[in-house]
Write a protein that binds this ligand. Sequence first.
Ligand SMILES: [Zn+2]
Length: 317
Amino acid sequence: MRRLPTLLLAGLALAACRHGLPYRADGRAELADLHARYRELAGRHGWIEETVFAYPQGERILAWRTKQEGEALWLIAGIHGEEPAGPNAVARSVDRLAELAAAGVPVVLLPLCNPRGYAANWRYPNTSQRDWRKGGYSVGDAEHLLPDPKDPARARTPRPPGPETAALTTFALGLAQRYPPRLALDLHEDELSTEGGYLYSQGARGKDDPAAREVIAALRGSEIPLRLSGKTRFGEPIVDGVVGLDEQGAPIQDGSIDELLAAREVIAGGVRAAGPGSPSVIVVETPAFAGSRLESRVDAHRRVLDRLGELWRLSRN
Ligand SMILES: [Zn+2]
C-alpha cells in the first residue's frame, strides 16, 4: 500500500477518534464521560477543580483536590494514553475517594494526565510512535527538575520536553508544598508484559514498603495474572510482585513524575531545593497485552482503590 504522508495519517486518526473510533474499541469510556464522573468530586463533594494545562485544540489536563490541605494521598492515572485501565477505574471509584476525603484525608487527584493520548490511544501526547527514540515524550517527564546523579547541582536535562510536561511537573511541585505526598499511587499498564502485573515501589521505603505489599494483595484478588518473581524487560528484579531496585541494585531513577514525588531534592529554577520526598510512591502496572480484557484490568485497579483507606493507614510513619 502506498504510504500516506504522516500528517495526513495523523489527521485521519484524530478525525476517527473524534467520532468515537477507534480509541474506544477496547471498551474504554469516552473522555467527556470520564471527566463528568471526576467532576462529581467538585460538584457534589466540594473539591477544588483546576486546569493544569489547556491545549490550543481544546483538550485539558485537569486536577481535583480536597479543600483540606496537609500530608496527602496523591492519585495519578492516564500518563500513557494506551493504558486506559487506571483512568476508567478512578472514574468508577469517585465515591471511594469522596469517602476518604470526608474522613479527613487530604487528596490530590490527577486522573487523566494525557487526554490527547487517551483519545488517540497513543502512549505520548505528541506522536503515534510508541518508541520514545522516535521523538515521543511522556507528560510526566521530570528530568528537567531532577538532579543529575553525575552533578547533583544540575538538572538532568536543561528544559522540559513539552509544554504540558512543563505545566504538569510545575503544578505537582507547587502543590506538593501544601499537600506533601505521604502516599502516591500512579496507575499504569504494561502492554508489553505478557506474563502479568507487578508494581514499582519508588518511595524511600522501597521494596520494604508495606503499602506495596498491600497493593499486591489487592491485585491477587483480581483475575489478572501477576509476576511475582523474575525480571522486568528492563532487567529490574521483581520480588513478590514488587520492583524496588534497578538492575544495578540502586533506587529506580526513571525521570518520571513518580521519581519527582519521591525526590528529597529537586532543581527548581536552576537552584537546589527540597523535594516532595514522599516515603511511599507506588506505580501499578497491569498487563495490557493484545487480547487481554480491559474490564479485568479496570477491576484490578479498582481493587487497589478499594483499599485506599488501608493503604493510607499503612503509609503513616
Ligand atoms: Zn505507563
